[in-house]
Unconditional design. Structure first.
Lengths: 325, 380, 608
């Protein structure tokens, strides 16, 4: 069957745009469900993107980069938890602080590690892995199953998250913590520990999104798949200062849009990804200035929030520091 | 039986507080207000010291260069005040909406739009230079006001301002980039708009303060105006009521959405004027890329200043000095300039951390963070 | 009640299951518990009686590990124990049912019950096993509840059962219930006591905290009375008169006689002291607080009020200022957070006329959401989804809260700390929070702090708000003084209609007396007052007419003087009196079925 409409490349492009959003949105979900607002997703992604590149640069191995990226995400998650849970700082403000810390910190470290700001040296990244059989499905096969390992990881994480929330003790307690922490506390479970766990998981999931951004796919593969237009805002196997460009916030919007559920959040991330892919792959047919193309995801996010944000029901205790009497 | 209050004619006059007590109260309040910022700043410098040590530099040398570069001479003060000027505006842009319970992290975009509006007016409008300057500043303020009104309106639709203001920053930056490179592009070799004519630029303060300009004075005036608006007008009363207790305000018949919108739009107004003044006082044009992070740094300034206009001025001078000193530190001790941004972020990280001060001074500390926390989530 | 004799006997001989000795707890300068000692025998129901603020809840929080005592000791089975956290309490098999339930609304009954001790291997949560265990437990103790139901959808009475199940699931043998009947209908309360009796039969020991004398006499074997943080006395439940208990609790002789007396609280209002008719020692407990007397001479009971509407000639001497607050109202739907819409869309007109206190009681909605909704819809703070609100005959449905206020509608919201007051404003700012933008408090948009403070100082004094400092932070005031401040603001300017939603919730007795007297004074002045309350005793004490709301709609009206607890309870449980659709307006119905309704025998359903 011929893909005359170009659906395959469009889908592939959608997945690539949606993947970092999807990881971060799942990350936001674990944090929010524990009752901690995570504005810091942006910063967590950025720092992990950088840490991943440093790890990969130093070792020559993308897997080591993944490990260092995850470690950085965990660390930042623990910082956010320490400040907003243990020290009871305002969660939104401490999240904002982490974002600024990530921005300034990666700038500082670019100077310290690589000796100059801007863009890091190219590092080894995750090449696309073709899954035989599945990738042979007409039209969608190549798009869905000739992707980076990280994309497959995201495929697995969505049902896993659903399972964890619904079928494990941890999930039950996490949901309760985000709604009525007093109930968890009186049941003899530590609210603080649950929230640390939620935020730490959040940091690691956001880290996966960050690592995907900076080294999710080898550059050669990207070029082949997408062509030149894509490069201006695309995924390079290198770190560029402020390369997240608000994706952490868009992921938060996806989480809200998806009503704080894993499937909803991923659905919203895919929707955002599709819209961006449409603009990027089809936008060149229309003479729109590059700046307006770049604005598109942000405009879309605002529209999505303004249309559906008000109807969303957030975890009741989200944003409120928990204090025992 | 009739004890209705309105008809109680013999009620004694309310006790007048002696002036000395008023002053004492005010000073006490100011002193308490500084507890958190001081703790946060000390912690930030401690973290900074660890970072400097980790990069193998001499902490003493670095910090003494930092202080020298920020406050060590008239020239240093000039650079500090030059840096502080836009930060006063972007700090107010955070502080005023914060009083209405809204966290405006859109100062960056609002400042960009103010800058481009000022350049547009200043380069196209003819007439006496002082009038053009005023027109440019008004245009900058108006641009910021309108841009700030957008998240205010979106808030009414349920879109959280933290996300929408960030999104609007990216939109504004792209919009300004396009404007500066296309309709307003100048002839200069470096990309950006044309330059504002010299008579339309803000004069320097002189007095050995280097490039610090009269925009600083405008910043101080803006802070006074912000104070008066928040604490002396009926509108400010409404804004504060909405910020402290939206539900109670609604029950009292004070429209929450309208006052929130107005507050964040007024924040945008300040950021916009800040952008206009930065252009008229320093750069004379909007180059691409334009000066970054003034809006974001305003968040730290406002929180460090506990969202009080006087605190914002102090916070702006503190961060202005930090930025000025960081240049000296990079030069003298080879510590990257970005350390100033890191210090700022760390200050912000700790400045609302009730737990720290609780450890130091006990539970009374909780009252001290009033006015610097939002304590809510992302919905509604 | 059932015979409880077996439980009362023998307890003295055993080692107490629980003993507290010399427990003291201070909060700053305030001594909440002062050298308190008490004991609980096996299979005993111990009543803990005291006013709001007497220190009951603090004591129980110490017992449950939420507070730590400054001194004193707790013994379980005669051995000293240390309870530093709820977990310790649970390990000692102490369970607590808080006054405000600690339940996770979006989770199921079973999930709430097993939270923290979930069945399942290797970190998994076995939902099926959880539901089975909860069902077994419920059956064993006779608690009817569906384990798979979402807790947020349940009525207050059922939610309370979930709380009890939580304790039983953790094998509690000492159960503490904090004001368990505060939000229940009389029938639900009765059912609760039946359940508690069953628990005692199975060997549990129970501490019942309350300020309601009547039910305590019913349910408790012994009663320990606490006042001002000290144990005043421990008396047997049977054989102690309610008057005696009231005296012990309040610390002075209280008049329990007279109509409009909040009998169960042991409170008399000023108005009630005016001799006005055949009111006679109605007896405490409120259940029979009958008597046709009306305070102030001019007030009319509901029946008469209805007649007044039918014929203007009936207008009394204080007929001026007669106002009507009519509302057609429907529950606000999903946005209201848990209001059920069980088809209760029948439009209802509610009338409160001059010189009338109309009480509205209801308890089947979650935490009184129905009442809150009604008050908000009438006051204009939440738009009614359909229908008309009339004020003085004028349609004000489209007006906001502020405009309704300008037209003479005063509103005392049910939650002073989040709705009535801006806690971080000063008292002075709060006093003018509705009028700050008008002269003399501001001029040309500029505030005039002097005028605001002078005004506030006058109100603070007239309403005895303490401390009498207009510059004090409102949030730093005690509950009673906060409420006085709200009431002072709302009653300024002679409002024609006053909507008072749970005006005395959680305030001390002195403030209750004061607030009740104030409301009655407003009534005597000529205001129509709509009192929305979950406290039946309060409604009985103040109201001329009682309207009952249940499940989001009005289910009937009773004459306050003639209503029995049973009638009220049936109504509150959702049994309607008037079987037909259409407006349920006592005024309009004056000619017809009114008499029937007042008698409380719903034509369609016989009383139990």
């Amino acid at each position: 069957m011929d893909d005359v409409l170009g659906l395959g490349p469009l889908l592939a492009s959608t997945i690539r745009f949606a993947t970092p959003l999807g990881f971060a949105a799942l990350g936001g979900l674990f944090s929010e469900r524990s009752g901690v607002v995570n504005i810091a997703l942006e910063g967590m992604m950025l720092i992990s993107a950088f840490a991943g590149v440093v790890g990969s640069y130093a070792s020559g191995s993308a897997l080591v980069g993944l490990a260092t990226g995850l470690a950085a995400g965990l660390l930042i998650g623990l910082v956010h938890a320490a400040v907003s849970v243990s020290l009871q700082a305002d969660q939104i403000i401490s999240g904002t602080a982490i974002n600024l810390l990530a921005l300034g910190g990666t700038g500082f470290l670019m100077e310290t590690v690589f000796g100059s700001g801007g863009t890091s040296p190219r590092v080894s990244a995750f090449d696309p892995v073709r899954i035989p059989g599945l990738a042979d499905i007409p039209i969608i096969g190549e798009a869905l199953f000739n992707q980076s390992v990280l994309v497959y990881l995201l495929y697995l994480l969505v049902p896993l998250t659903v399972f964890v929330l619904r079928r494990t003790r941890f999930g039950l307690r996490l949901r309760a913590t985000g709604e009525v922490p007093e109930a968890v506390d009186t049941a003899g479970i530590s609210v603080v520990r649950m929230r640390y766990a939620g935020v730490a998981l959040s940091g690691m999931l956001a880290a996966l999104g960050g690592v995907y951004l900076s080294m999710g796919v080898a550059l050669s593969g990207m070029l082949a798949a997408l062509g030149g237009v894509y490069l201006s805002m695309s995924l390079l196997s290198a770190f560029t200062e402020n390369m997240t460009l608000g994706r952490g916030f868009i992921a938060l919007a996806a989480l809200i849009f998806g009503r704080w559920t894993p499937v909803g959040a991923i659905g919203a991330a895919l929707l955002f990804g599709l819209a961006q892919a449409l603009v990027v792959t089809r936008g060149s047919d229309v003479p729109i200035p590059q700046e307006f193309v770049a604005m598109f995801p942000y405009v879309l996010t605002i529209i999505a929030l303004a249309t559906f944000g008000g109807r969303a029901v957030a975890p009741a205790a989200s944003g409120k520091p928990y204090r025992k009497e | 039986m009739d004890t209705r209050p309105a008809e109680a004619p013999d009620a004694p006059p309310p006790p007048r507080r002696p002036a000395a007590e008023v002053v004492r109260r005010q000073l006490g309040a100011a002193g308490r207000a500084l507890v958190f910022p001081a703790v946060a700043a000390v912690l930030a410098f401690a973290v900074g010291a660890v970072v400097i040590l980790a990069t193998g530099q001499d902490v003493g040398a670095a910090y003494s260069a930092l202080f020298r570069g920020g406050f060590g001479s008239a020239g240093a003060w000039g650079r500090t005040l030059l840096n502080a000027t836009p930060l006063i505006f972007t700090g107010l842009a955070v502080a005023l909406p914060f009083r209405a319970g809204l966290f405006n992290i859109g100062g960056e975009g609002q400042l960009y739009l103010g800058a481009i509006a000022a350049v547009w007016v200043a380069t196209t409008l003819g007439g006496p230079a002082p009038l053009v300057v005023i027109a440019a500043i008004v245009a900058a303020g108006l641009a910021g006001f309108l841009w700030g009104a957008i998240p205010g309106a979106l808030k009414g639709l349920g879109a959280h301002e933290v996300i929408t203001t960030i999104m609007l920053n990216f939109i504004a930056i792209n919009l300004v980039t396009w404007l500066a490179l296309n309709p307003l592009a100048g002839a200069s070799a470096t990309p950006g708009t044309g330059s504002v004519a010299d008579p339309v630029r803000l004069a320097r303060l002189g007095a050995g303060l280097g490039r610090a300009h009269w925009g600083l004075l405008l910043g101080l005036v803006a802070a006074v105006i912000a104070y008066l608006v928040i604490w002396r007008t009926a509108r400010g009363f409404a804004i504060r009521a909405v910020g402290l207790a939206p539900e109670a305000a609604r029950y009292a018949g004070i429209p929450v959405a309208v006052n929130g919108l107005l507050a964040i739009a007024l924040g945008g107004l300040f950021a916009g004027i800040g952008g206009g003044i930065e252009v008229l006082g320093v750069y004379g044009r909007v180059s691409i890329p334009f000066v970054a992070n003034l809006g974001f740094n305003g968040i730290g300034v406002a929180l460090l200043g506990r969202n009080h206009p006087a605190g914002v001025v102090l916070g702006a001078i503190f961060f202005g000095g930090l930025a000025a000193g960081a240049q000296e530190m990079q030069f003298a001790a080879d510590v990257p300039l970005d350390l100033a941004d890191v210090l700022l972020a760390v200050v912000l990280l700790f400045v609302t951390a009730t737990g720290i001060a609780e450890l130091l001074i006990g539970r009374r500390a909780r009252a001290l963070v009033d006015g610097t926390t939002l304590g809510r989530g992302l919905a509604g | 009640m059932e015979d409880r004799a077996p439980h009362r006997q023998g307890t003295a001989a055993d080692t107490p299951v629980l003993e507290m000795r010399g427990v003291t707890k201070r909060f700053g300068a305030v001594v909440a518990n002062d050298d308190i000692s008490l004991s609980l025998g096996r299979g005993e129901v111990l009543g803990l009686l005291g006013e709001n603020g007497a220190g009951k809840s603090t004591l129980m929080k110490i017992l449950f590990g939420l507070y730590t005592a400054d001194s004193g000791e707790v013994l379980v089975d005669g051995a000293p124990v240390r309870i530093a956290s709820p977990r310790d309490a649970v390990d000692l098999r102490i369970g607590m049912v808080h006054q405000h339930f600690v339940l996770v609304g979006p989770l199921s009954v079973a999930e709430n019950v097993v939270l923290g001790a979930e069945p399942g291997a290797a970190g998994l949560f076995d939902r099926g096993a959880a539901e089975q265990r909860v069902a077994d437990l419920a059956a064993r103790y006779g608690l009817a509840v569906d384990p798979s139901a979402r807790v947020g959808d349940l009525s207050v009475g059922v939610q309370q059962r979930v709380e009890i199940l939580k304790a039983l699931y953790r094998e509690a043998r000492i159960l503490i219930l904090d004001e368990p009947t505060a939000v229940l209908t009389p029938q639900e309360s009765h059912e609760l006591f039946r359940v508690l009796r069953g628990l005692v039969d199975q060997g549990l020991s129970i501490i019942l905290i309350t300020h309601k004398l009547g039910e305590l006499k019913q349910a408790a074997d012994r009663i320990t009375v606490i006042r001002d943080g000290r144990v005043i006395a421990t008396v047997p439940g049977a054989g102690t008169s309610e008057g005696e208990l009231a005296r012990l609790m309040v610390g002075r002789e209280v008049k329990l006689a007279g109509r409009r007396a909040a009998a169960a609280l042991g409170v008399t209002t000023d108005a009630a002291e005016e001799p006005a008719g055949g009111a006679d020692a109605a007896g405490p407990g409120g259940a029979t607080a009958a008597g046709a007397a009306t305070a102030g001479g001019g007030a009319t009971a509901a029946g008469a009020g209805a007649a007044a509407r039918a014929g203007p000639a009936r207008r009394g001497p204080r007929g001026r200022g007669r106002r009507r607050c009519g509302g057609r109202w429907r529950p606000g739907g999903a946005a209201a957070g848990g209001v059920r819409e069980d088809g209760g869309e029948r439009p209802v007109r509610l009338s409160a006329r001059g010189l009338v206190v109309a009480g509205v009681g209801g308890a089947t909605a979650v935490h009184g959401v129905d009442l809150v909704e009604l008050a908000a819809a009438l006051a204009g703070t939440r738009p009614a989804r359909a229908g008309v609100v009339e004020l003085d005959g004028q349609d004000v449905s489209r007006l906001g809260a502020a405009q309704r206020g300008e037209r003479g509608l005063a509103y005392i919201p049910e939650d002073r700390s989040t709705k009535g007051l801006v806690r971080d404003f000063t008292v002075a700012e709060n006093m003018t929070v509705k009028t700050f933008d008008e002269p003399p408090f501001s001029r040309l948009g500029w505030l005039r702090p002097g005028a605001i403070r002078r005004f506030a100082a006058r109100l603070v004094q007239a309403f005895d708000v303490r401390p009498a400092d207009p510059d004090a932070r409102a949030g730093s005031l005690s509950g009673g003084n906060q409420q006085k401040a709200v009431v002072a603001r709302e009653l300024t300017g002679e409002p024609g209609v006053v909507i008072a939603a749970q005006p005395t919730r959680g305030v001390d007795v002195g403030a209750i007396e004061f607030l009740h007297a104030r409301l009655l004074a407003e009534r005597d002045r000529g205001a129509a007052i709509l009192l929305l309350s979950l406290e039946l005793d309060e409604i009985r004490a103040l109201a001329d007419r009682i309207l009952v709301i249940a499940g989001g709609r009005f289910v009937g009206e009773l004459d306050a003087d003639r209503a029995t607890d049973e009638q009220l309870g049936l109504l509150m449980a959702g049994r309607e009196m008037a079987p037909v659709g259409g407006a349920l307006d006592p005024g309009d119905a004056a000619a017809g079925g009114r008499g029937t309704a007042a008698d409380g025998h719903p034509p369609g359903s016989a009383p139990l």
